[in-house]
Design a protein around this ligand. Structure first.
Ligand SMILES: *Cc1c(COP(=O)(O)O)cnc(C)c1O
Length: 396
């Protein structure tokens, strides 16, 4: 059976390092915030060339930490993409804020920053783009406090443009880089493109541990201090003094030890992902199938972390045919995402209707993701391509 993500092959490469790291933790016994956590945070910060990296218990908690650190308050409105994992919008709702969805770009599937200004103007004007139920949750003082763009499938958003708009309207920017740790724009790694960047170390992410984990990155000293405090119950400078209402969200020392081992081969793994992605890209271009476009501007050079390799079928029936063909050949695939966030039952209270986010909805009907990991062999890659190509002629 072909694995969708081959963590076993990766483990074989770093088995000794992982065992040594775990044994070291078992012998010193500092399971919470042990020395490996600080060491990892330093290495993560160096890797992203950002001043502060603060680890925590998950990518979802990283978003909550970032929202708290930025003092987002109940009733604040936060703009985000409807085409992401639930955690992005969930974190907004968890801190009592209101998600306001902004549709994505059909080329790279990330938040379409050209829609931001019209959406903001509409919010402070006639509110024709807001569902009635969402409108009813606003007060006269309601304001858009920030925006959370998501680097979908590993591809960084257009941060330069997003930051420009954010500055103009006094919005905080939180980059959800759960899928894009290791990616870059003009050779600069994600981590410092927004006020705060969050990531996840869930096992299937580009840099994953053997459990849950996450981190926030920032160049702002004050935000780092608050994030440090909030992840340990809002702890102050002296023990059992608490300056903020916080949460309990620390990265286990054991997971930090595992991540240190994985980080040592991460850059090489990214290159392997890049080679595989290039092979896929070329093959799908040849048979006329669209894939996520990585570079939509000639002056900005982006590199994806390739959390997923995602292909667009010609239509929904075509996707069903491809999925059946892959299944018949025992090739794993995933559909990210079958339901856009604005139409999730959990967000029914906002009142969004089908048709509200046409691009995201279309992508939910046509995209599928195929095996992608650094240890994917040529034979498997070619088999995946061949099976998909065999369905293509019937669905032009
Ligand atoms: C995985 C993911 C998260 C949440 O990370 P967890 O570590 O699973 O909590 C948040 N946002 C996006 C875009 C993700 O893909």
């Amino acid at each position: 059976m072909i694995p969708f993500i081959d963590l076993q092959a990766q483990q074989a490469v770093i088995k000794d390092k992982i065992t040594q790291g775990i044994n070291k933790v078992l012998s010193h016994g500092q399971y919470i915030l042990g020395p490996e956590v600080a060491e990892l945070e330093q290495q993560l910060a160096d890797y992203c060339q950002v001043k502060h990296a603060i680890s925590c218990a998950s990518g979802t908690d990283a978003l909550v930490l970032a929202l708290y650190a930025q003092q987002v308050k109940p009733g604040d409105v936060i703009i985000t993409t409807p085409f992401s994992f639930i955690a992005t919008a969930e974190a907004i709702a968890l801190v009592g804020a209101i998600p306001l969805f902004c549709d994505v770009n059909p080329m790279d599937f990330n938040l379409d920053e050209t829609l931001l200004e019209p959406l903001i103007s509409d919010f402070y004007g006639n509110q024709t783009q807001l569902p009635r139920l969402l409108q009813q949750q606003l007060s006269v003082n309601s304001r858009i406090a920030g925006v959370i763009p998501v680097d979908l499938f590993g591809l960084p958003c257009n941060y330069q443009q997003i930051n420009q708009i954010a500055k103009q309207y006094d919005l905080i920017v939180i980059a959800d880089a759960a899928q894009s740790f290791g990616s870059s724009i003009n050779n600069q790694k994600v981590g410092a493109f927004a006020d705060i960047t969050t990531t996840s170390f869930f096992p299937a992410k580009p840099l994953g541990c053997y459990g849950d984990g996450g981190a926030v990155f920032t160049n702002h000293d004050e935000l780092a201090t608050i994030a440090h405090s909030i992840r340990v119950h809002g702890q102050g400078v002296t023990p059992y003094e608490h300056t903020h209402i916080g949460i309990n969200s620390r990265l286990d020392t054991l997971q930090a030890a595992i991540l240190l081992a994985k980080l040592s081969i991460f850059e090489q793994e990214l290159q392997q992902r890049q080679t595989i992605a290039a092979h896929y890209q070329q093959a799908f271009q040849k048979i006329g199938l669209t894939t996520q476009i990585i570079n939509t501007s000639p002056t900005i050079l982006k590199q994806s972390a390739w959390a997923q390799f995602t292909v667009q079928a010609n239509n929904n029936n075509h996707r069903s045919a491809i999925c059946s063909a892959l299944k018949a050949q025992q090739i794993p695939y995933n559909i990210y995402y079958p339901i856009p966030l604005h139409l999730q039952p959990a967000f029914q209270y906002l009142g969004y209707q089908p048709g509200a986010m046409p691009v995201a909805e279309q992508l939910c009907h046509t995209l599928f993701s195929i095996p992608m990991h650094p240890y994917l062999g040529k034979t498997t890659i070619n088999k995946v391509i061949k099976v998909i190509a065999s369905t293509n002629d019937n669905y032009k």
